[in-house]
Design a protein around this ligand. Structure first.
Ligand code: SF4
Length: 457
């Protein structure tokens, strides 16, 4: 016994004590990055790294970036300069700054050069190298390459169940990358070809979330509707397996490609009670010629037919979408075709953007011939038309009774709660003691933009 005690003390003395470093990870872009940020935290040894929210106190700042638009990348370059400026002003040493995500993949080691070079660059399939790289930098070993990028087909990260999940829904990526070649899109280059996560691994991840108290998941991917595990199990079959998990109450998913929204998938969504009736289906344009130029692989009639079918088989279904205005060659008449789609579908939410050329994508070879002012005007018109449509739609919901789940305290008014319906409508109610996760019947009394106001009944 005596020897055993001695052994332990000798071993303890021999372990070098490493300080705890504060790490701040800022997440930009899509939900895939939100998930990856959780996965990165899961990879770091908590006895050496603790989450830090103050940029002046962090030893390491990682920017988990997006490359979808030019503007998103510019924001990152100014952010790097801003972090260093604030540290200088405060008389503090610079933190270790690293770039993760799509920009890391697109620009690689070039991010280590230029006016504001960063200390490390880690692409989307290489986050498991982060602990070693950070050790190499923080302990001043300096033996590893500081830019690690490139796709690894079988690498899938698993984020630990989040303490504070997004919208009370735990994100679970089910695949990565994309096999489509939409001509404006940088994702196939930054995220690589589509590779599915093993359904068993997905179910294990969901069981852990449920065991940790989670009741809702959002299945994530660039194109979840194209999920196909070894030609045996498609997305509809995966939804059936996930819905069979005891303890799980709600399933959402993001994003589906309209081309893969086959009738049998929509039938399954309509039949499975746990699957929320909300479809985010990016159409991008209402003009067939522009859709062909974008290589979206459906026509406006295919899309409208799919919406009509979904309305028939999915009770209470709601829709949201994305539009790109001012795509190369888009004429004023073709833009009007896009506005017609808004009027026909009556979306709950629309995310619209001006076309932004990305280097290296096929659309970059097309002449970007819609003038900047014209793009701005079209965007403003689209937003105004959607607002008008939504005002009419939303007013029609007043007096209805909905079931909604509490997500978080609302920012305003004080003491109010923010809830979400299964079909993704936000509702704010006050005057009640509630808890996150409670399900409440609400009478709708009004709305402000896309948020409804209501009273619990
Ligand atoms: S479906 Fe098209 S827009 Fe979506 S990620 Fe793939 S290439 Fe990009």
């Amino acid at each position: 016994m005596g020897n055993f005690q001695k052994d332990i003390s000798i071993r303890n003395e021999a372990v070098p004590t490493r300080p705890t470093f504060g790490i701040l990870i800022e997440t930009y872009g899509c939900q895939m990055n939100v998930y990856d940020t959780q996965a990165i935290f899961g990879l770091l040894d908590p006895s050496h790294f603790s989450a830090q929210e103050d940029e002046l106190a962090a030893d390491v700042i990682l920017l988990n970036t997006c490359s979808v638009r030019d503007h998103a990348e510019h924001k990152i370059f100014s952010r790097i300069g801003e972090i260093r400026h604030r540290r200088r002003e405060a008389g503090l040493p610079y933190p270790v700054i690293g770039i993760c995500g799509c920009m890391a993949e697109r620009l690689g080691k070039n991010l280590r050069k230029g006016v504001n070079p960063v200390d490390l660059v880690v692409g989307v399939d290489n986050y498991d190298s982060l602990p070693g790289l950070l050790h190499d930098i923080l302990d001043e070993v300096g033996s590893l390459p500081r830019a690690v990028t490139g796709h690894r087909a079988d690498t899938h990260y698993v984020a630990p169940p989040a303490l504070y999940p997004t919208n009370n829904s735990h994100l679970v990526t089910i695949h990565k990358g994309c096999d489509y070649r939409c001509t404006y899109c940088i994702v196939p280059a930054t995220r690589g070809p589509q590779r599915e996560k093993d359904p068993e691994a997905i179910l294990r991840e969901i069981r852990k979330i449920v065991a940790a108290g989670g009741r809702e998941v959002t299945l994530l991917g660039q194109n979840v509707s194209a999920y196909h595990w070894q030609k045996e199990l498609d997305f509809a079959a995966l939804l059936e397996q996930v819905a069979a998990e005891p303890g799980l109450e709600r399933i959402r998913f993001l994003t589906g490609h309209p081309r893969d929204m086959f009738p049998h998938l929509m039938d399954t969504i309509g039949q499975l009670e746990k699957v929320c009736p909300w479809l985010h289906l990016p159409i991008q344009s209402g003009s067939n010629r522009i859709l062909r130029r974008m290589k979206r692989l459906y026509t406006r009639d295919d899309y409208l037919g799919m919406i009509e079918y979904a309305r028939r088989v999915i009770p209470e279904v709601s829709f949201s979408t994305d539009f790109i205005v001012g795509f190369p060659g888009e004429t004023p008449t073709e833009f009007q075709d896009t506005l017609e789609i808004l009027r026909a579908v009556k979306y709950d939410q629309v995310f619209s953007f001006k076309y932004s050329e990305r280097p290296g994508v096929p659309a970059a070879r097309l002449e970007d011939d819609v003038q900047e002012q014209e793009k701005k005007d079209r965007l403003a018109e689209l937003i105004a038309v959607q607002k008008e449509i939504w005002e009419r739609e939303a007013s029609g919901f007043i007096g209805q009774i909905w079931t909604a789940v509490v997500e978080s305290p609302a920012r305003r008014p004080k003491g109010a709660w923010r809830l979400r319906t299964a079909n993704n409508r936000k509702v704010v109610i006050s005057g009640m003691e509630l808890e996150v996760g409670d399900s409440v019947s609400v009478r709708i009394t009004g709305h402000q933009n896309t948020t409804f106001l209501g009273d619990a009944i």
